[in-house]
Design a protein around this ligand. Structure first.
Ligand code: 13P
Ligand code: SF4
Length: 302
């Protein structure tokens, strides 16, 4: 009997004792075949607890790398190793070392969208769902925040601590402007607007709600809103439809697409699982520092 790609993937994953994790921006077919879909924090938590032999990580490189750091005994593969995050590459370890020198006494809170060597220079990691909590819980009044200027300035709205942000950004979210949002709001004046904190500050000012992708999933389960403009990657809508199909979702813009998240499809995933060649590894000296910073985030995320 001929099995379709999704069935072949599920069978192979079972045979190999592998779990498939997918970020909420993955294409619908990948979200559907995955064992778990989620935001960066949820996926890191699952990776750290699960006892499978192998993790097939459908997302971008820093996410798979974080799983490898937290679970060194597991084989972590990313089906397309070129799936990177441009924001993560906007800062390197030397930049962090230099900023620490210039700001003695400050603590480094780094967004999970960063390389392992940047994480290794950080006191603690955060994601978009726990950034404020982490900043409030670190033992310093001044925080150096890498690399996302938009998430950093969003957190600054809610804390008395001084946040010094690096000048990085997500090209996909940065491209979305207040003009775009005004245009889509005009077409749908009755819709609630929810956006990701990687959006520009002026876009955030116009939104009704600001959420990580995991928080968006939780929100639609309980809201009374019937129509929502979704200000983040368009495939997020697939996930939202699964959990709350009665709501009408409007993509904030058709060009709200992360090209790196689209590099993985069913045949790429099947090849990755079959060959086990695209393994994500982190050198031991970098891993230990990065693991401590990631573990501290998990410990402070209660
Ligand atoms: P979340 O943690 O909200 O899923 O965000 C990850 C990301 O890369 C957003 O662009
Ligand atoms: Fe990176 Fe932006 Fe893509 Fe998220 S959407 S993975 S921040 S490039």
């Amino acid at each position: 009997m001929h099995m379709d790609l999704a069935d072949q993937i599920k069978t192979l994953a079972r045979e190999k004792n592998a779990i498939i994790l997918a970020h909420n921006y993955q294409i619908p077919e990948i979200q559907d075949v995955a064992d778990f879909s989620g935001d960066s924090l949820e996926l890191a938590q699952i990776a750290s607890k699960n006892d499978a032999r192998m993790i097939a990580f459908c997302g971008v490189h820093f996410m798979a790398e974080s799983a490898a750091i937290l679970s060194p005994q597991k084989k972590v593969i990313i089906p397309d190793p070129t799936a990177g995050c441009p924001m993560a590459d906007m800062v390197d370890a030397d930049d962090v070392i230099e900023m620490k020198k210039q700001n003695p006494g400050a603590m480094v809170v780094t967004y999970i969208n960063s390389t392992a060597s940047v994480k290794a220079q950080s006191d603690v990691i955060c994601t978009s769902s726990n950034a404020l909590k982490i900043v409030e819980r670190v033992e310093a009044d001044t925080v150096l925040f890498f690399p996302d200027r938009n998430l950093g300035s969003y957190v600054q709205r809610f804390t008395k601590k001084k946040i010094i942000t690096w000048n990085g950004f997500c090209p996909t979210h940065e491209r979305f402007t207040t003009e775009d949002l005004t245009a889509i709001k005009k077409k749908h004046p009755d819709a609630l607007v929810m956006v990701h904190p990687e959006c520009r500050p002026d876009v955030i000012d116009m939104a009704d709600e600001v959420f990580s992708t995991g928080q968006m999933v939780k929100f639609v389960k309980s809201t009374n809103s019937k129509k929502i403009i979704v200000g983040t990657e368009t495939d997020m809508i697939h996930r939202l439809k699964q959990v709350a199909p009665h709501i009408e979702y409007i993509p904030a813009s058709d060009s709200f697409i992360c090209p790196n998240m689209k590099k993985i499809n069913l045949s790429v995933l099947l090849g990755g699982l079959r060959d086990e060649e695209t393994v994500v590894t982190v050198p031991q000296d970098v891993r230990e520092g990065a693991r401590k910073a990631l573990q501290r985030m998990l410990d402070l995320s209660y």
